[in-house]
Design a protein around this ligand. Structure first.
Ligand code: MTE
Length: 303
Protein backbone atom coordinates (compact mmCIF):
# COMPACT_ATOMS: atom_id res chain seq x y z
CA UNK A 1 0.00 0.00 0.00
CA UNK A 2 1.23 3.46 -0.89
CA UNK A 3 2.45 5.43 2.11
CA UNK A 4 0.56 8.62 2.78
CA UNK A 5 1.86 11.70 4.55
CA UNK A 6 0.11 12.80 7.70
CA UNK A 7 -0.89 16.05 6.03
CA UNK A 8 -2.74 14.07 3.41
CA UNK A 9 -4.97 12.39 5.95
CA UNK A 10 -7.96 14.67 5.75
CA UNK A 11 -11.20 13.77 7.54
CA UNK A 12 -12.44 12.81 4.12
CA UNK A 13 -9.59 10.36 3.50
CA UNK A 14 -10.09 8.73 6.90
CA UNK A 15 -13.79 8.54 6.19
CA UNK A 16 -13.32 6.99 2.75
CA UNK A 17 -10.85 4.41 4.01
CA UNK A 18 -13.24 3.47 6.77
CA UNK A 19 -16.07 3.10 4.27
CA UNK A 20 -13.90 1.00 1.98
CA UNK A 21 -13.01 -1.21 4.94
CA UNK A 22 -16.61 -1.57 6.03
CA UNK A 23 -17.74 -2.34 2.50
CA UNK A 24 -15.14 -5.07 2.16
CA UNK A 25 -15.44 -6.66 5.57
CA UNK A 26 -18.91 -5.61 6.56
CA UNK A 27 -17.80 -4.50 9.99
CA UNK A 28 -19.25 -1.51 11.75
CA UNK A 29 -18.27 0.00 15.06
CA UNK A 30 -19.39 2.88 17.20
CA UNK A 31 -22.07 5.08 15.84
CA UNK A 32 -21.61 4.39 12.15
CA UNK A 33 -24.30 1.99 11.07
CA UNK A 34 -24.26 1.55 7.33
CA UNK A 35 -26.85 -0.58 5.64
CA UNK A 36 -29.07 -0.78 8.69
CA UNK A 37 -30.64 2.55 8.13
CA UNK A 38 -34.05 1.57 6.88
CA UNK A 39 -34.76 4.99 5.48
CA UNK A 40 -31.57 5.09 3.45
CA UNK A 41 -31.77 1.61 2.05
CA UNK A 42 -35.43 1.98 1.15
CA UNK A 43 -34.74 5.05 -0.87
CA UNK A 44 -33.12 4.50 -4.26
CA UNK A 45 -32.42 8.20 -4.75
CA UNK A 46 -30.54 8.30 -1.45
CA UNK A 47 -28.41 5.30 -2.37
CA UNK A 48 -27.29 6.95 -5.59
CA UNK A 49 -26.17 9.96 -3.59
CA UNK A 50 -23.39 7.91 -2.00
CA UNK A 51 -21.29 8.12 -5.11
CA UNK A 52 -21.38 11.89 -5.23
CA UNK A 53 -20.68 12.94 -1.66
CA UNK A 54 -19.36 16.51 -1.52
CA UNK A 55 -15.78 16.90 -0.34
CA UNK A 56 -15.30 17.70 3.35
CA UNK A 57 -13.47 20.93 2.56
CA UNK A 58 -16.49 22.37 0.72
CA UNK A 59 -19.00 21.26 3.34
CA UNK A 60 -16.95 22.98 6.04
CA UNK A 61 -15.82 26.19 4.32
CA UNK A 62 -18.82 27.28 2.23
CA UNK A 63 -21.47 27.93 4.86
CA UNK A 64 -24.49 29.98 5.77
CA UNK A 65 -24.48 30.90 9.45
CA UNK A 66 -25.42 34.54 9.84
CA UNK A 67 -24.57 34.58 13.56
CA UNK A 68 -20.97 34.60 12.36
CA UNK A 69 -21.42 36.91 9.35
CA UNK A 70 -23.06 36.90 5.96
CA UNK A 71 -20.14 35.83 3.78
CA UNK A 72 -19.72 32.14 2.95
CA UNK A 73 -16.24 32.18 4.51
CA UNK A 74 -17.29 33.92 7.77
CA UNK A 75 -18.54 30.82 9.63
CA UNK A 76 -15.31 28.83 9.27
CA UNK A 77 -13.18 31.90 9.97
CA UNK A 78 -15.10 33.24 12.96
CA UNK A 79 -16.59 30.23 14.72
CA UNK A 80 -13.51 28.25 15.69
CA UNK A 81 -13.45 29.50 19.30
CA UNK A 82 -17.19 29.20 19.78
CA UNK A 83 -17.84 27.19 22.97
CA UNK A 84 -20.17 24.22 22.60
CA UNK A 85 -19.47 22.83 26.10
CA UNK A 86 -21.36 22.96 28.38
CA UNK A 87 -24.52 22.81 26.25
CA UNK A 88 -28.09 22.07 27.22
CA UNK A 89 -31.17 21.54 25.10
CA UNK A 90 -34.66 21.95 26.52
CA UNK A 91 -37.81 20.42 25.07
CA UNK A 92 -40.88 22.16 26.47
CA UNK A 93 -44.16 23.87 25.62
CA UNK A 94 -47.14 21.60 24.93
CA UNK A 95 -45.57 18.47 26.39
CA UNK A 96 -46.40 16.21 29.29
CA UNK A 97 -42.76 15.96 30.33
CA UNK A 98 -40.50 18.96 29.91
CA UNK A 99 -36.95 17.71 29.48
CA UNK A 100 -33.52 19.29 29.66
CA UNK A 101 -30.55 17.26 28.47
CA UNK A 102 -26.89 18.01 27.95
CA UNK A 103 -25.50 17.34 24.52
CA UNK A 104 -23.58 14.39 25.93
CA UNK A 105 -26.76 12.90 27.40
CA UNK A 106 -28.44 13.28 24.03
CA UNK A 107 -25.56 11.53 22.28
CA UNK A 108 -25.69 8.69 24.80
CA UNK A 109 -29.45 8.26 24.70
CA UNK A 110 -29.91 8.51 20.94
CA UNK A 111 -27.14 6.80 18.96
CA UNK A 112 -26.35 8.56 15.70
CA UNK A 113 -26.24 6.75 12.39
CA UNK A 114 -25.04 7.81 8.99
CA UNK A 115 -27.61 9.53 6.79
CA UNK A 116 -26.51 10.76 3.39
CA UNK A 117 -28.83 13.58 2.37
CA UNK A 118 -28.69 16.38 -0.15
CA UNK A 119 -28.79 19.90 1.31
CA UNK A 120 -30.43 22.25 -1.19
CA UNK A 121 -30.04 25.95 -0.41
CA UNK A 122 -32.67 28.41 -1.61
CA UNK A 123 -29.80 30.43 -3.15
CA UNK A 124 -29.55 27.71 -5.81
CA UNK A 125 -26.68 25.43 -4.78
CA UNK A 126 -26.56 21.99 -3.23
CA UNK A 127 -24.21 19.55 -1.53
CA UNK A 128 -24.48 15.89 -0.60
CA UNK A 129 -23.49 15.44 3.02
CA UNK A 130 -22.81 12.27 5.04
CA UNK A 131 -24.53 13.42 8.22
CA UNK A 132 -24.51 11.61 11.54
CA UNK A 133 -27.80 11.87 13.34
CA UNK A 134 -31.07 10.35 14.52
CA UNK A 135 -34.75 11.04 13.93
CA UNK A 136 -36.09 14.05 15.80
CA UNK A 137 -39.19 11.97 16.58
CA UNK A 138 -37.13 9.89 19.06
CA UNK A 139 -36.51 12.84 21.35
CA UNK A 140 -40.01 14.30 20.87
CA UNK A 141 -41.55 10.99 21.98
CA UNK A 142 -39.62 11.20 25.24
CA UNK A 143 -41.31 14.53 26.01
CA UNK A 144 -44.81 13.24 25.08
CA UNK A 145 -46.36 16.12 23.13
CA UNK A 146 -49.94 16.92 24.16
CA UNK A 147 -52.77 17.18 21.63
CA UNK A 148 -52.21 20.95 21.62
CA UNK A 149 -48.70 20.49 20.25
CA UNK A 150 -49.52 21.09 16.59
CA UNK A 151 -46.22 22.75 15.58
CA UNK A 152 -42.61 22.64 16.71
CA UNK A 153 -40.44 25.72 17.09
CA UNK A 154 -36.65 25.47 17.04
CA UNK A 155 -34.45 28.14 18.58
CA UNK A 156 -30.71 28.62 18.10
CA UNK A 157 -28.41 29.91 20.79
CA UNK A 158 -28.28 33.66 21.53
CA UNK A 159 -24.78 34.75 22.47
CA UNK A 160 -23.68 38.02 20.85
CA UNK A 161 -20.41 37.96 22.83
CA UNK A 162 -19.37 34.90 20.88
CA UNK A 163 -21.38 35.47 17.72
CA UNK A 164 -20.38 38.71 16.02
CA UNK A 165 -23.27 38.59 13.54
CA UNK A 166 -25.78 38.83 16.39
CA UNK A 167 -24.53 42.35 17.16
CA UNK A 168 -26.32 43.49 13.98
CA UNK A 169 -30.03 43.24 13.19
CA UNK A 170 -29.50 41.12 10.07
CA UNK A 171 -32.26 38.83 11.36
CA UNK A 172 -34.32 38.90 14.52
CA UNK A 173 -32.13 36.95 16.93
CA UNK A 174 -32.10 34.24 18.07
CA UNK A 175 -32.57 32.34 14.82
CA UNK A 176 -35.91 30.52 14.83
CA UNK A 177 -37.53 27.96 12.57
CA UNK A 178 -40.59 25.76 12.70
CA UNK A 179 -42.27 22.61 11.42
CA UNK A 180 -45.75 21.17 11.52
CA UNK A 181 -45.91 18.29 14.02
CA UNK A 182 -46.31 15.61 11.32
CA UNK A 183 -43.26 17.01 9.50
CA UNK A 184 -41.31 17.02 12.75
CA UNK A 185 -42.26 13.41 13.48
CA UNK A 186 -41.35 12.20 9.98
CA UNK A 187 -38.40 9.77 10.21
CA UNK A 188 -36.38 11.74 7.64
CA UNK A 189 -36.36 14.80 9.91
CA UNK A 190 -33.00 14.43 11.56
CA UNK A 191 -31.18 15.89 14.53
CA UNK A 192 -27.56 16.06 13.45
CA UNK A 193 -24.59 15.51 15.76
CA UNK A 194 -21.86 15.09 13.16
CA UNK A 195 -20.72 14.66 9.59
CA UNK A 196 -18.06 12.56 7.88
CA UNK A 197 -18.22 10.32 10.96
CA UNK A 198 -16.91 13.08 13.24
CA UNK A 199 -18.52 15.61 15.59
CA UNK A 200 -20.12 18.58 13.83
CA UNK A 201 -17.66 21.38 13.06
CA UNK A 202 -18.74 24.68 14.64
CA UNK A 203 -19.44 26.26 11.25
CA UNK A 204 -21.94 23.49 10.45
CA UNK A 205 -23.99 24.08 13.59
CA UNK A 206 -22.29 22.30 16.49
CA UNK A 207 -23.21 20.73 18.76
CA UNK A 208 -26.71 19.95 17.45
CA UNK A 209 -28.60 21.04 14.34
CA UNK A 210 -31.48 19.92 12.22
CA UNK A 211 -31.64 18.62 8.69
CA UNK A 212 -34.96 18.28 6.89
CA UNK A 213 -33.91 16.77 3.57
CA UNK A 214 -36.94 17.81 1.53
CA UNK A 215 -36.88 21.47 2.60
CA UNK A 216 -34.59 24.38 1.75
CA UNK A 217 -31.45 24.57 3.87
CA UNK A 218 -32.54 27.56 5.93
CA UNK A 219 -35.07 25.35 7.75
CA UNK A 220 -32.20 23.35 9.22
CA UNK A 221 -31.57 25.34 12.39
CA UNK A 222 -28.01 25.25 13.74
CA UNK A 223 -26.80 25.30 17.38
CA UNK A 224 -30.21 24.40 18.80
CA UNK A 225 -30.94 25.17 22.47
CA UNK A 226 -34.73 24.90 22.56
CA UNK A 227 -37.37 22.73 20.90
CA UNK A 228 -40.85 23.94 21.79
CA UNK A 229 -44.18 22.29 21.03
CA UNK A 230 -46.70 25.03 20.26
CA UNK A 231 -50.34 25.30 19.24
CA UNK A 232 -49.98 28.00 16.56
CA UNK A 233 -47.75 28.11 13.51
CA UNK A 234 -44.49 29.75 14.62
CA UNK A 235 -42.98 32.68 12.71
CA UNK A 236 -39.47 31.83 11.57
CA UNK A 237 -36.68 34.41 11.45
CA UNK A 238 -36.79 34.38 7.65
CA UNK A 239 -40.57 34.77 7.46
CA UNK A 240 -40.31 37.73 9.80
CA UNK A 241 -37.50 39.29 7.75
CA UNK A 242 -39.19 38.86 4.37
CA UNK A 243 -42.61 37.20 4.31
CA UNK A 244 -42.98 37.46 0.51
CA UNK A 245 -39.77 35.54 -0.03
CA UNK A 246 -39.94 32.95 2.72
CA UNK A 247 -42.99 30.88 3.57
CA UNK A 248 -43.48 28.52 6.46
CA UNK A 249 -43.31 25.30 4.46
CA UNK A 250 -40.27 25.99 2.26
CA UNK A 251 -40.41 22.61 0.56
CA UNK A 252 -37.92 22.30 -2.28
CA UNK A 253 -40.08 22.90 -5.34
CA UNK A 254 -38.64 23.52 -8.83
CA UNK A 255 -42.04 24.88 -9.97
CA UNK A 256 -42.22 27.75 -7.50
CA UNK A 257 -39.47 30.34 -7.84
CA UNK A 258 -38.13 32.49 -5.06
CA UNK A 259 -38.54 36.17 -6.11
CA UNK A 260 -34.77 36.52 -6.52
CA UNK A 261 -33.65 33.01 -7.49
CA UNK A 262 -35.06 30.47 -9.92
CA UNK A 263 -35.52 27.12 -8.22
CA UNK A 264 -35.60 25.07 -11.44
CA UNK A 265 -31.98 23.95 -11.22
CA UNK A 266 -29.07 23.99 -8.81
CA UNK A 267 -25.29 24.32 -8.87
CA UNK A 268 -23.46 21.34 -7.45
CA UNK A 269 -20.89 22.75 -5.03
CA UNK A 270 -17.39 21.36 -5.56
CA UNK A 271 -18.03 19.96 -9.03
CA UNK A 272 -15.15 21.80 -10.70
CA UNK A 273 -14.63 25.23 -12.24
CA UNK A 274 -17.39 24.71 -14.75
CA UNK A 275 -19.76 23.82 -11.91
CA UNK A 276 -22.27 21.21 -12.88
CA UNK A 277 -25.91 22.33 -12.85
CA UNK A 278 -28.59 19.74 -12.33
CA UNK A 279 -32.38 20.01 -12.43
CA UNK A 280 -33.89 20.45 -8.99
CA UNK A 281 -36.25 17.67 -7.98
CA UNK A 282 -39.60 18.09 -6.30
CA UNK A 283 -39.15 17.71 -2.54
CA UNK A 284 -35.40 17.55 -3.25
CA UNK A 285 -35.86 13.96 -4.49
CA UNK A 286 -37.65 12.73 -1.34
CA UNK A 287 -41.18 12.87 -2.80
CA UNK A 288 -41.82 9.13 -2.37
CA UNK A 289 -41.36 9.56 1.36
CA UNK A 290 -42.98 12.92 2.03
CA UNK A 291 -45.43 13.95 -0.71
CA UNK A 292 -48.32 12.45 1.26
CA UNK A 293 -47.77 15.04 4.02
CA UNK A 294 -49.07 17.67 1.58
CA UNK A 295 -51.82 15.89 -0.31
CA UNK A 296 -54.57 18.31 -1.27
CA UNK A 297 -52.45 21.38 -0.48
CA UNK A 298 -51.73 24.07 -3.07
CA UNK A 299 -47.94 24.25 -2.79
CA UNK A 300 -47.81 27.55 -4.70
CA UNK A 301 -49.93 29.13 -2.00
CA UNK A 302 -48.26 27.29 0.89
CA UNK A 303 -44.68 27.87 -0.26
N1 MTE B 1 -29.00 28.22 11.42
C1 MTE B 1 -28.65 29.33 12.09
N2 MTE B 1 -28.74 29.35 13.43
N3 MTE B 1 -28.21 30.46 11.44
C2 MTE B 1 -28.11 30.51 10.08
O1 MTE B 1 -27.73 31.57 9.53
N4 MTE B 1 -28.44 29.30 7.96
C3 MTE B 1 -29.30 28.32 7.30
C4 MTE B 1 -29.19 26.94 7.93
N5 MTE B 1 -29.22 27.03 9.39
C5 MTE B 1 -28.48 29.34 9.33
C6 MTE B 1 -28.90 28.20 10.06
C7 MTE B 1 -29.06 28.22 5.86
S1 MTE B 1 -29.57 29.54 4.90
C8 MTE B 1 -28.50 27.10 5.28
S2 MTE B 1 -28.43 26.93 3.58
C9 MTE B 1 -27.92 26.03 6.11
O2 MTE B 1 -28.00 26.31 7.52
C10 MTE B 1 -26.47 25.85 5.74
O3 MTE B 1 -25.90 24.75 6.41
P1 MTE B 1 -24.36 24.40 6.15
O4 MTE B 1 -23.57 25.66 6.37
O5 MTE B 1 -24.03 23.33 7.12
O6 MTE B 1 -24.26 23.95 4.71
Amino acid sequence: MKKIKYSEITPEKIYNRRREFIKRFGITTGSLIIGQNIINTANASTNNLEKKITEYRYITTYNNYYEFGTRKSDPVEKSQNFKTKPWEITIDGEVEKKITLTIQEIKNMFPSEERIYRLRCVEGWSMIIPWLGFSLSKILEKASPTSKGKFVEFTSVYDPEQMPGQRYPILKWPYKEGLRIDEALHPLTTLVTGLYNKDLPNQNGAPLRLIIPWKYGFKSTKAIVNIKLVEKMPTSSWMRASPKEYGFYSNVNPNVDHPRWSQASERVVGSGILSERIPTQMFNGYGDEVANLYSGMDLKKYF
